[in-house]
Design a protein around this ligand. Sequence first.
Ligand code: GAR
Length: 208
Amino acid sequence: MLRIVVCVSGGGTNLQAIIDGVAQGAIVNTQIVKVISNNRGAYALTRAGSAGIESVCVSPKEYADREAFNQAFLEEIDRAQPDLIVLAGFLVKIPEELIRSYPYRIINIHPSLIPSFCGTGYYGLKVHEAALARGVKVTGATVHFVDEGMDTGPIIMQKAVAVREGDTPEVLQKRVMEEAEWVILPWCINLIAGGKVKVENGRVYISE
Ligand code: GAR
């Protein structure tokens, strides 16, 4: 059984896709053991509660400094003894110590086709604003392993989504979530639970 901790900051629609994937059998051999939010008001916490999943808020605002927050965050993760940590719309920089402790055991969903519109400052709606400003015709979402850089880890899966005439950032965000994020994030977790994902020389290989 793959024990996963899901880290969230906001609405938690990707968390919901994982919850539904486990409930409906699209994700097998997996248990969501804990949801961690950095934001007490995150609707994702309500989603976790409705699904009967243990959840906790660890907010940087409630600690004296970053070091103290990082320590508390690491302790919450370690206590859950996860096999995999899923960043599902988690908008806090992950402590490097966590990345070192869980090599290739942390994944992130990003709402663009990396390496476009990623890195520092590109999160949530800002990604879609930038994509529309650049006038791209195709965007999408990426699931990748987390390394010490910002959105630089090995790419596991990507799915393209068409940009349409008249799209607003909000409309595009919704389409990217529906057509890409909620599809590839549960899919990747299921592949990892099935032992089908390997990383060699910084590249991901998926076996049948
Ligand atoms: C999602 O679009 C996710 O890809 C994005 O935040 C949103 C969270 O929505 N993540 C990033 O931008 C990370 N850089 P959700 O809370 O409804 O899942």
